[in-house]
Design a protein around this ligand. Structure first.
Ligand code: ZN
Length: 270
């Protein structure tokens, strides 16, 4: 897909196999991708099959941690880090696992991330059940990341999905803490072009409103799609880049959102 941007990183997508990656590439406009494994919580927490993508050096990885088994999970990730150089973060599924971001289990994960120079990505905001129905749980509110952001200044935290629909607490933290970032992946579940266009308008209006209120969040917002191959709503990601086009910011600030902010959030030049 063509776009107005030279370099684009999709900061949040999910593919398990090269077959799924080929579906992604049909509508993707990014040239680098951060792959977070799985769709359902069981799969999300399965170990990666990194070998599947070993030859794709444009793909980077976020490993996931099952909060019910933190010690063993971190041992597994430590082994993976030695073998695979393109692991750049750890994902925690707030809401899907019923813990707040300031839970003591998560402190262990953040200590580990601090030691290994990894960023920590949270699922934030609404969660989806197996039937695709969304609901909101207090557990996944980004506001509980604040304690971590204060204590671990060298760790970057990514509160995904702009904490939908609790935008105020999210943008406040992105503005206040240098190490808190966000992305608008997964916020468009329109089933056809007309619905997607409508939802893109809603998403861009939300972001424009908070950019006015907290101008420095322009350096904190990232482009991401939340691609899932098996979901009709999420397997066509062509419209996502239009959200960036619709923001009331300069061209270079748009380049930040599709590329530079992602580099800073994950401490890497893609
Ligand atoms: Zn996701």
């Amino acid at each position: 897909m063509k776009s107005n941007y030279k370099k684009i990183v999709d900061c949040h997508m999910h593919v398990l196999t090269n077959e799924e990656f080929n579906i992604y590439m049909k509508t993707a406009c990014a040239d680098k991708y951060i792959n977070i494994r799985g769709l359902y919580i069981d799969e999300m927490l399965d170990p990666y099959d990194f070998e599947e993508f070993i030859s794709n050096d444009r793909m980077y990885f976020i490993d996931s941690v099952d909060l019910n088994d933190v010690e063993n999970e971190l041992i597994k990730i430590e082994c993976d880090l030695k073998k695979y150089k393109r692991i750049i973060g750890i994902k925690i599924y707030l809401g899907y696992q019923k813990y707040f971001a300031n839970d003591e289990r998560i402190y262990k994960v953040v200590e580990f991330a601090n030691k290994h120079n990894l960023s920590v990505t949270f699922h934030c905001g609404e969660i989806y059940d197996d039937d695709g129905k969304s609901s909101y749980l207090e557990y996944s509110d980004a506001k509980y990341i604040e304690e971590l952001a204060k204590k671990y200044k060298n760790v970057n935290f990514i509160a995904s999905h702009i904490n939908w629909p609790n935008f105020e607490s999210l943008f406040y933290m992105c503005s206040k803490y240098d190490n808190v970032y966000t992305c608008f992946s997964g916020c468009n579940d329109g089933e056809n072009k007309a619905q997607r266009d409508k939802q893109n308008k809603v998403i861009s209006e939300v972001i424009n409103k908070y950019i006015l209120k907290y101008p420095n969040v322009k350096k904190k917002i990232m482009y991401g799609t939340d691609f899932f191959a098996i979901s009709d709503e999420y397997n066509d990601v062509s419209s996502y880049i239009e959200i960036v086009d619709m923001l009331n910011i300069s061209k270079s600030e748009k380049d930040d959102i599709v590329y530079n902010n992602v580099c800073r959030a994950y401490n890497i030049k893609f």
